[in-house]
Design a binder for this molecule. Structure first.
Ligand SMILES: [Zn+2]
Length: 154
């Protein structure tokens, strides 16, 4: 099956994003429509957001090749990314691929540990051996260097 590039309308995008159990809230960031969900565990707000940068500017998406739909997990308070952003190309079947990625990001977001210093941990990669681990988001400011083993959820 050949993946054909498509232009997505704002209405089509909203239909896909609002089709789940919890509809997102929408914001416009530098002209781009962004969908945001607050992640909760057992009714408690974790201070983590799943965000979809839709590539919708105005009534429809930008041209294919100009950018992709991005899904990311963000520490809401610190405004820091907690994962590597994943991209969905605007080709046939994007709806299923995007909803799959959003679901994956929710599972990932719920599994993000809190550091004993109170900050969130973020997924990091050891450049030398390629191993993935949790590292405190206080590391960049040299305030905390705690790490934790990353166990892939099956
Ligand atoms: Zn810490």
């Amino acid at each position: 099956m050949a993946a054909k590039p498509v232009i997505i309308t704002k209405t089509e995008m909203e239909k896909v994003l609002c089709g789940g159990k919890v509809p997102p809230r929408f914001e416009v960031d530098r002209g781009q429509l962004v969908a945001i969900w607050d992640v909760k565990r057992a009714g408690t707000d974790l201070g983590i957001e799943v965000k979809v940068y839709t590539s919708i500017f105005g009534a429809e998406s930008r041209g294919v090749g100009e950018d992709s739909i991005r899904v990311c997990v963000v520490d809401a308070k610190a405004d820091k990314g907690l994962n590597k952003t994943t991209y969905t190309t605007r080709t046939t079947g994007w709806e299923l691929r995007l909803t799959g990625k959003i679901r994956d990001m929710f599972l990932f977001a719920k599994a993000i540990p809190a550091c004993s210093c109170g900050r969130r941990m973020a997924l990091r990669k050891n450049k030398a051996d390629g191993n993935v681990f949790w590292g405190c988001t206080g590391y960049a400011a040299r305030e905390c260097s705690r790490t934790q083993q990353f166990v892939e959820v099956a």
